[in-house]
Design a protein around this ligand. Structure first.
Ligand SMILES: *[C@@H]1O[C@H](CO)[C@@H](O)[C@H](O)[C@H]1NC(C)=O
Ligand SMILES: *[C@@H]1O[C@H](CO)[C@@H](O)[C@H](O)[C@H]1NC(C)=O
Ligand SMILES: *[C@@H]1O[C@H](CO)[C@@H](O)[C@H](O)[C@H]1NC(C)=O
Ligand SMILES: *[C@@H]1O[C@H](CO)[C@@H](O)[C@H](O)[C@H]1NC(C)=O
Length: 612
């Protein structure tokens, strides 16, 4: 491990000086364990078994040197809060003599108290995740009604696909086949998935590198979420996780979350650009508004609801174990909030309770799509005058956000992403649920996507030769190094925590990132460089890119299924997280294939054939 970390760290660590911990190992290991799990199955195998999982607050009455170290250690936001202990106790075996008239919560609390009393500490139960008895663990699985309904709906989809495929096969060569039925043909959808046909229109063919961009970005997103899930579970060595998150290498995650904004830029860019191309030969009016909105809705919703529905009713049934509470609690949220997901309001109403965290970007996508549709249709006749208008709106939205950030004291991920907040799933971090996952937080990116579409469209109309503009060529060449360099400036920025610096950083982070990304895209479209363009246009990306929506919605469940069922605290290191990431990627793409072919593609084609 040493060698692995040392190489990339070298430059930065040398510049900044190695982060000397203020606490010796001896001091650190004198603290009570932060996470502990008793054996779950063994505990519940006895008929009076009682296993509880929860969080305790520690306090101390007298002057207690250990408690003082705990407080000092926790005072650093890069550390877990060590005055809280996270425990999974086999109450029945540890404390068999608790009074018989106490309920399980009380027994758990007393049991924990007895165990810390030796250190002259007092503990109080802060959060109880569950208490399980022998009966909870030893009931045979009987599906309940919603579970059966879910399976029935999936079965209906399969049957319709079988019908569509049979129809397609029977009337193979006939010209006048029903499009409505053929939409459900697995064969034609499979061919669509793996097709590497390049668009005949050169204006659309230059967009090919976008497929590669989407796959690469999504892979990074999955990696980051895999790491997140490690932080949300019990850690065998919390100090390793604390150090990992402070590590300069990880700045690319802490200060690179604006990367997700690239999806927002791409979404509005593609929409506006296609409408602009369409307007060359067709009339584009406001009458298209419902169609444009419905088109996006029907594209996103079936896959999202399938994933949320599965999470709501089947997720918690697939595995178990002491840490499985992570899935069980999120599944409960999914059951409550399925309807919000159908309306794309889940990032606005009680956003701190999330179900399938990655779906926030779908909500933002849908919400900003409304903005994109209205603006595109309104500005379509403006021609090149749309560019300054959109540029002004982009600036305006950045200023609006800066104002909101200043008023509400929101902070960027660089400041709020720490082990404790991540473990608590950001429930106490308004910056996360009122800014990070909000539509206004991504509004500048959406507007920039529209601006980019207009600029690129105008350039093509006017036969723009990018190579004639030296400054543009150079900014393009520097854009990727600048993006990476920009994330690493976080190393210095994070040392300043005055409100001026945090506000400035939070307000500028996303706009700067997406501006650099927009320059990179524009240069790629103008074929300024062939290496990136060729790599990103590789044909292998195309089928993978078509599965992006399913991958985005499914991967969270996949990682949790693999990681959260481990019976003991996790040994998390770069390599462990990387291994889980690999597994997640492979399984996610395997699952995404049928989801895309049996649900996403046919539903979209079906409604397109039926309505438009
Ligand atoms: C740690 O948790 C305790 C409650 O146990 C809380 O009072 C304290 O403010 C927290 N410390 C930090 C640094 O957040
Ligand atoms: C925590 O840090 C702040 C300033 O950084 C200091 O004022 C406070 O006394 C510290 N608390 C403890 C318990 O060390
Ligand atoms: C156990 O008893 C306590 C105090 O009487 C009560 O607050 C708590 O709700 C009870 N818990 C359960 C699970 O019954
Ligand atoms: C429950 O436990 C009993 C013995 O205690 C065992 O015979 C039975 O098979 C178990 N049931 C399940 C579903 O595991």
């Amino acid at each position: 491990m040493i060698e692995m970390k040392a190489v990339p760290c070298l430059v930065i660590c040398l510049l900044a000086g190695v982060n000397a911990g203020d606490f010796t190992d001896e001091e650190y290991y004198s603290l009570p364990l932060l996470f502990h799990l008793d054996r779950y199955d063994a505990c519940l195998s006895s008929t009076d078994g009682l296993y509880c999982l929860g969080t305790f607050h520690l306090t101390s009455e007298q002057r207690n040197p250990i408690y003082k170290i705990m407080q000092e250690y926790s005072n650093n936001s890069d550390h877990y809060n060590h005055t809280q202990l996270h425990r999974g106790y086999c109450v029945s075996a540890r404390c068999p003599h608790t009074a018989p008239d106490w309920n399980s919560t009380q027994r758990f609390e007393r049991c924990a108290q007895e165990l810390v009393r030796g250190r002259s500490l007092r503990s109080s139960l802060h959060q109880l995740h569950y208490c399980h008895t022998h009966k909870d663990a030893n009931t045979s699985f009987v599906p309940d009604t919603p579970q059966i309904v879910f399976v029935a709906i999936v079965a209906v989809f399969v049957v319709i696909n079988v019908i569509g495929t049979t129809y397609d096969l029977m009337f193979k060569d006939e010209l006048k086949k029903s499009k409505v039925l053929c939409a459900w043909s697995v064969i034609s959808n499979w061919q669509r998935l793996i097709s590497d046909r390049v668009h005949s229109d050169p204006a659309r063919a230059v967009l090919l590198p976008l497929e590669g961009v989407r796959v690469v970005l999504l892979a990074i997103v999955v990696a980051v979420h895999t790491g997140f899930i490690h932080y949300m579970l019990y850690a065998y060595d919390p100090r390793a996780l604390e150090r990992m998150m402070q590590h300069p290498l990880l700045l690319i995650v802490k200060n690179g979350t604006a990367m997700v904004q690239c999806f927002m830029v791409l979404a509005s860019f593609l929409f506006a650009y296609n409408i602009l191309l369409h307007s060359k030969n067709h009339e584009v009016t406001f009458r298209m508004l419902p169609k444009c909105i419905f088109h996006r809705y029907i594209r996103l919703t079936p896959v999202q609801l399938a994933a949320v529905g599965w999470a709501a009713w089947w997720w918690s049934a697939v595995r178990g174990g002491p840490q499985w509470a992570l899935a069980r609690e999120e599944a409960a949220v999914c059951r409550r909030r399925l309807w919000l997901h159908a309306l794309y309001l889940h990032n606005l109403l009680e956003p701190q309770h999330f179900c399938l965290l990655p779906t926030w970007s779908l909500a933002v996508d849908m919400q900003l799509h409304l903005v994109a549709v209205v603006l595109t249709l309104a500005l379509i006749r403006m021609g090149r005058r749309a560019v300054p208008i959109l540029a002004a709106m982009f600036l305006g939205s950045c200023l609006l956000n800066a104002y909101l950030i200043y008023i509400f004291e929101w902070k960027s991920m660089l400041y709020v992403m720490n082990p404790q907040n991540t473990f608590m799933k950001f429930v106490d971090v308004p910056s996360f649920y009122h800014f990070y996952i909000s539509p206004w937080g991504s509004l500048p990116s959406c507007l920039l996507g529209l601006l980019l579409a207009n600029i690129h469209f105008q350039q093509q109309l006017n036969g723009f030769k990018a190579t004639e503009y030296k400054w543009f060529v150079w900014t393009y060449k520097l854009s990727v190094p600048l993006i990476v360099g920009f994330t690493y400036t976080g190393y210095f920025v994070q040392q300043y925590t005055s409100s001026v610096v945090t506000t400035a950083h939070t307000a500028l982070e996303r706009p700067l990132f997406v501006l650099l990304f927009a320059i990179f895209m524009l240069g790629t479209f103008n074929k300024l460089d062939s290496i990136f363009k060729d790599i990103l246009s590789w044909r292998i990306w195309r089928p993978l890119a078509r599965m992006s929506l399913s991958v985005l919605t499914v991967h969270w469940c996949v990682t949790v299924v693999f990681v959260a069922a481990r019976p003991q605290p996790l040994t998390s290191s770069y390599l462990d997280i990387m291994a889980d990431w690999m597994v997640t990627m492979i399984i996610t793409y395997i699952i995404s294939m049928p989801v895309t072919i049996l649900i996403e593609m046919p539903v979209q084609r079906f409604f397109t054939a039926l309505l438009f």
